[in-house]
Ligand binder design. Structure first.
Ligand code: ZN
Length: 363
């Protein structure tokens, strides 16, 4: 028997200016006592609008916690107890990845529906059926896979496009990877005769996501910097928030994220997740022996929006750690094993230097 095609998706995705006002009507379909989870900076931006919409629909907040700084088991357990005590019946996660992941993990423990309201565009965590768990001292612990995706992802462009432009750039860097990682993952799964296979739908959406980034990314960054919410901005927000998550569909990282994970051990690394993943994507393309023209096109796009292409763009790296980073990227437990061919630490190290050399040459 061949493997099963699988994808986990949110039930609803709504994106546009002012859509937070629709929240109450949607909450009402799933519960009557909502509990909101957020971080301090994100939640305060939407709190008044959320409360107004919920009040209008007759489903006011049963409670909220706006102190999430990290998605940890300690915080998740604390919130599970709070939500149970208040007998809340639906979770609302507001903010960046950490707040939203915490809300999703709490909803999983209690088997309650969850709604995501992102306040910026640096991640696509809002719609994914997973939560990235950290230890109390901010170290990555595990990627917790959840049985369900949110029942609603409410992306108010009025909110996310007014966040600092660097978030949009980081989100584009992260989304860039899926056009390369998912096809590699799909091919590896097929070769391994794995029990779970990628869907054609996810692969197609990933390609579309990549095209959207290449077509509208540079303009969208300019528009957001100018405080304008244009068609290019809406297209890029959809690429990050819907397409890259849909294309990921629950699984599908490969070399780009493995290189990111490896680089996180290098002292001096000063970039955020999506930015490091963009560099990892270029390394991924070298590993796949993509044509120079194709790599140069993506590299020029990265340069135009401020994503790192040279090693020095990643920070004041302690270069003596690069071989260790390449080794970590090839950890058998990491997503490098989702490449359809064997990748050695030596290949990763060479590819990192090759990206750096190319970027210096075309600059
Ligand atoms: Zn990522």
């Amino acid at each position: 028997m061949s493997g099963a095609r699988k994808v986990i998706l949110p039930s609803r995705y709504i994106q546009g200016q002012g859509v937070i006002s629709q929240l109450g009507a949607h909450v009402k379909q799933h519960g009557s006592k909502p509990f909101a989870v957020g971080g301090r900076t994100g939640f305060v931006k939407v709190k008044a609008r959320i409360q107004a919409s919920l009040l209008q629909a007759g489903v006011p907040l049963a409670g909220y916690d706006d102190t999430v700084t990290e998605c940890t088991y300690a915080k998740i357990n604390e919130l599970v107890a709070k939500v149970e005590e208040l007998e809340a019946d639906i979770l609302i996660g507001c903010g960046g990845g950490k707040a939203v992941d915490t809300a999703k993990a709490v909803s999983e423990k209690l088997q309650l529906p969850v709604i995501s309201i992102p306040t910026q565009c640096a991640t696509n965590a809002d719609q994914m059926a997973d939560a990235v768990i950290f230890s109390d001292d901010h170290k990555f612990l595990e990627d917790l896979y959840l049985s369900q995706a949110p029942v609603l992802v409410l992306v108010d462009t009025e909110v996310v496009a007014r966040a600092p432009p660097r978030y949009l750039v980081q989100g584009m860097g992260d989304a860039l990877a899926c056009g390369f990682e998912k096809p590699a993952y799909a091919e590896a799964q097929r070769l391994k005769k794995a029990p779970v296979l990628a869907t054609t739908a996810a692969l197609e959406v990933n390609l579309r996501c990549f095209q959207t980034l290449m077509t509208h990314g540079i303009q969208a960054k300019k528009d957001v910097e100018a405080g304008k919410i244009t068609d290019a901005v809406e297209a890029i927000v959809e690429a990050i928030k819907l397409q890259s998550g849909f294309g990921f569909g629950g699984d599908g990282c490969a070399a780009a994220h493995a290189v990111h994970n490896g680089l996180t051990i290098v002292p001096g690394l000063a970039r955020k997740h999506g930015e490091i993943v963009a560099f990892g994507t270029l390394v991924h393309m070298i590993l796949e022996k993509r044509s120079m023209g194709e790599i140069e096109r993506v590299m020029r796009w990265c340069m135009a929006i401020g994503l790192p292409t040279r090693l020095e763009d990643l920070g004041k790296l302690d270069m003596s750690y690069l071989p260790k980073a390449a080794e970590k990227a090839c950890d058998p437990k990491d997503s490098m094993s989702n490449m359809p061919f064997d990748v050695s630490p030596g290949m990763v190290l060479d590819a990192m230097y090759e990206v750096d050399r190319m970027a210096k040459a075309i600059r």
